[in-house]
Design a protein around this ligand. Structure first.
Ligand code: CDP
Length: 214
C-alpha cells in the first residue's frame, strides 16, 4: 500500500520547507501542488489568457507536461522554479486556482502521482480533497506577520528586491481568496493535526510531524 502525507495551510506557513525535510527522512516524493497552479499561471500570463477564459486556460493545461525531479517542478522539460516563485505569479495564482475545471484537471494529476509513488503533498485542499484518505494529515499555520517575514527573507535571499508591507498585504489577500472560494477552499480537514508554527523552529515542527508518522 502506498504511503501518503498531506500538509495544508495558508501562504508562507512553512509547508514546503517542512515537507522537503519529511520527504528526505521517510524517502517520500515531495509534490508541491502550489507550484502546479503557479505553472499554469505562468503560462497563462505569458500567453495573455485571463482567468475569465476557462477554455483558454484548460487548453494550456492540456499542453503542459508536469513532473517533479526531487522537489523541482519540470514543466515541458524545463525547470521553472525560479520563474514561478516571483511576486507577480504569487499575486495572480489564486484567480487561476479558483477555476473549477483547472482544479479538476490538476487534482486528477496529483492523485495519479500519489498512486505511483509514496508522497508527501502540500497545498490547500490535500487533506480535504486530493488525498482525502491519507493516513497522515497536518495543517500548518503561523501569524500573518511571521509568514510575511519568512517569505520576505526567502525572496531577498534570492536577490529579489521586495517590500515587506507589500508581501504581507498580498499574503492576507491570497489567504482570503483561497479560503473564500467556492471550489475546494483552504480548510483544515477534520482529521488533520493542526500545528501553529509561530515562533517555533523548523526542527521542532519536523520532529513533531515525524513522531506521528513513525
Ligand atoms: O508557497 P505559498 O504558500 O505561497 O503558496 P503555494 O503553495 O505555492 O500556492 C500558491 C497558490 O496556489 C495558493 O495561494 C492557492 O491559490 C493555489 N493552490 C491551491 O489552490 N490548491 C493547492 N492544493 C495548492 C495551491
Amino acid at each position: 500500500m502506498r504511503i501518503s502525507v498531506a500538509i495544508d495551510g495558508p501562504a508562507g506557513a512553512g509547508k514546503s520547507t517542512i515537507a522537503k525535510l519529511i520527504a528526505d527522512r521517510f524517502s517520500l516524493m515531495y509534490i508541491n501542488t502550489g507550484s502546479m497552479y503557479r505553472a499554469v499561471t505562468l503560462k497563462a500570463l505569458e500567453k495573455g489568457i485571463s482567468p475569465n477564459d476557462t477554455e483558454g486556460v484548460c487548453t494550456i493545461i492540456e499542453n503542459l507536461n508536469m513532473h517533479f525531479n526531487n522537489d523541482r517542478l519540470i514543466l515541458n522539460g524545463e525547470d521553472v522554479n525560479d520563474l514561478i516563485t516571483v511576486p507577480e505569479i504569487s499575486h495572480n495564482v489564486s484567480a487561476y486556482a479558483s477555476i473549477k475545471e483547472v482544479r479538476e484537471k490538476l487534482v486528477k494529476l496529483m492523485q495519479q502521482m500519489a498512486k505511483e509513488y509514496d508522497v508527501i503533498m502540500d497545498g490547500r485542499d490535500i487533506g480535504t480533497v486530493v488525498l482525502k484518505n491519507a493516513p497522515f494529515k497536518f495543517f500548518l499555520t503561523a501569524s500573518p506577520k511571521e509568514r510575511a517575514s519568512r517569505r520576505y527573507n526567502e525572496l531577498t535571499s534570492k536577490g529579489l528586491d521586495v517590500v515587506y508591507e507589500e508581501i504581507l498585504k498580498d499574503i492576507i489577500r491570497r489567504d482570503d481568496l483561497d479560503t473564500n472560494r467556492e471550489v475546494d477552499p483552504l480548510r483544515k480537514a477534520d482529521d488533520a493535526i493542526e500545528i501553529d508554527t509561530t515562533g517555533i523552529g523548523i526542527d521542532e515542527v519536523v520532529n513533531k510531524i515525524a513522531s506521528f508518522i513513525k
